[in-house]
Design a protein around this ligand. Structure first.
Ligand SMILES: [Zn+2]
Length: 329
């Protein structure tokens, strides 16, 4: 017997008009929940335990300026095609915590405590979710930063401006550090977003951390099996990582793309936050062609949670196939 769409509709109508439990009142009904479970997700890469910790999401109205080289209508149509809400864009955030070589290593830190307050808990959730996953910020040995945008560095400080990871060494890409700490670059920064970024970085790294950071170079191991690799364009020192252990490997891309919809599906689309957009596109195509050729797993900071997947070539762009949720580690 074939179950048709008509059957499904009929069943839905029947369900709506017939109480499933008959006339008996249910006295022990659970109250409707208004909160999601703490959002963290674990998987192994060889001997390394990776915990993806959600910092939440940001939903905003699509503006003409969001993608600089494509009309808003075309962007909106692409989002609708991916079953996203037309006229709005959603960005997710997911820092990582690694248990590697007996150490606890955090990669990027989310939007921070001020964002949690200003967004009423839509983002800035890294600290809460990290605690829910069983990590004490005082036990973090090392924090690795991929680049100096607020959604990656603001969680370095607590709500009162103190270091959020008081016992951790903070590693920053040397090129990124040089650019954002350069007074000449800061004085030449265009008004608006770029000036705001300089101001934010000075406040985090000078006022907050008193410049106590360790700059790192590309193609160096920062922790056992954690290799920093150059993926510039998004920012001058933007960095990704290859995490390997035994024969297992994952590419931690940081912001090579933002949300795969529309930025992996349309690698030629230039988001407002790519500082050197043509270079960011070149990097994106180079990295994604490599992910496809090597069938390499990828972990995306801005992918929908938990952000682990594979990439395939699809027409002129790429398709991300999310890894299925694994109830065991
Ligand atoms: Zn980002």
């Amino acid at each position: 017997m074939e179950f048709s769409r008509r059957d499904a509709l009929t069943a839905a109508v029947a369900a709506a008009t017939t109480p499933l439990l008959g006339a008996t009142p249910v006295s022990a009904a659970a109250p409707a929940a208004d909160k999601q479970a703490p959002s963290f997700y674990r998987y192994k890469v060889g001997d390394v335990l990776v915990t993806v910790v959600s910092d939440g999401k940001n939903v905003f109205k699509l503006e003409d300026s969001f993608i600089t080289n494509v009309k808003k209508d075309e962007v909106s149509a692409a989002l609708e095609k991916a079953y996203m809400q037309p006229g709005t864009m959603t960005i997710y955030f997911a820092p990582l915590v690694l248990n590697v070589g007996g150490k606890v290593v955090v990669i990027d830190t989310g939007n921070g405590a001020a964002a949690k307050a200003s967004t009423k808990g839509a983002n800035g959730l890294f600290a809460d979710n990290m605690a829910a996953a069983g990590f004490d910020p005082k036990s973090v040995d090392m924090v690795v930063i991929s680049h100096f945008h607020g959604d990656h560095v603001n969680g370095l400080l607590t709500a009162d401006g103190a270091p959020a990871f008081p016992n951790a060494e903070v590693l920053v890409p040397a090129t990124e550090w040089k650019f954002w700490m350069d007074d000449g670059e800061m004085s030449r920064a265009p008004a608006g977003r770029m000036q705001g970024l300089f101001k934010n970085n000075r406040s985090i790294f000078e006022t907050g951390l008193k410049k106590k950071v360790t700059p790192y170079e590309w193609n160096k191991e920062l922790a056992p099996g954690l290799l920093a690799v150059e993926t510039i364009g998004h920012t001058p020192g933007h960095t990704s990582y290859v995490l390997s252990s035994g024969s297992d490997k994952v590419f931690i891309q940081s912001d090579v793309t933002n949300n795969p919809n529309p930025f992996a599906t349309h690698p030629g689309w230039h988001a407002i936050f790519d500082q050197d957009a043509p270079l960011a596109e070149k990097t994106r195509r180079r990295v994604y062609d490599m992910l496809v050729a090597d069938k390499l797993k990828v972990q995306g900071f801005h992918y929908p949670f938990p952000g682990l997947g594979h990439v395939e070539k699809d027409g002129n762009g790429y398709r991300v196939i999310p890894a299925p949720w694994n109830p065991t580690i």
